[in-house]
Ligand binder design. Structure first.
Ligand SMILES: [Zn+2]
Length: 148
């Protein structure tokens, strides 16, 4: 996990939320409950929810404001750049990607999985849900830049 991006998303989550005392059920913008004095407060986002921590807010912000990478399309595009567009099979001039996918779908999936883990290792793509979806680092950086 890219800690710099995570840190900035957490800051954004805090900016977008208000501390909330669940015991007294009131917002506490000062970070301390005026009724019971507690500073062990949840965070509240109006219309979304109220929980401890910032993870759920970060998740909500990403889901509603940023598109995850379409990994299938991104992998295909990368392969298209590396190989000739068409491949000759006998007298047929065929689309290279279609030939690859159709002739050996398992090999295609393995290659995509390898590529995904390499991209994730290089932090070109970043996941906040253990690899179910990925956001591009560039999109995240631009997103953060525009909002902080
Ligand atoms: Zn309270």
């Amino acid at each position: 996990m890219n800690t710099e991006i995570q840190k900035k998303l957490n800051e954004l989550a805090i900016k977008r939320s208000t501390p909330f005392c669940y015991h007294d059920y009131i917002e506490c913008p000062d970070g301390r409950c005026p009724k019971c004095g507690s500073d062990d407060l949840m965070l509240s986002v109006r219309g979304v929810g109220c929980e401890y921590g910032t993870d759920w807010i970060v998740e909500h912000i990403l889901q509603t404001e940023l598109e995850p990478v379409n990994m299938d399309a991104a992998f295909e595009e990368m392969i298209r750049e590396c190989y000739p567009e068409t491949t000759t099979v006998g007298w047929l001039e065929l689309d290279t990607i279609s030939v690859l996918k159709e002739m050996d779908p398992i090999s295609w999936r393995c290659a995509q999985a390898d590529w995904e883990s390499q991209e994730a290792g290089d932090e070109q793509i970043i996941s906040f849900d253990n690899g179910s979806s990925y956001y591009s680092r560039k999109d995240l950086e631009e997103f953060i830049e525009a909002r902080t």
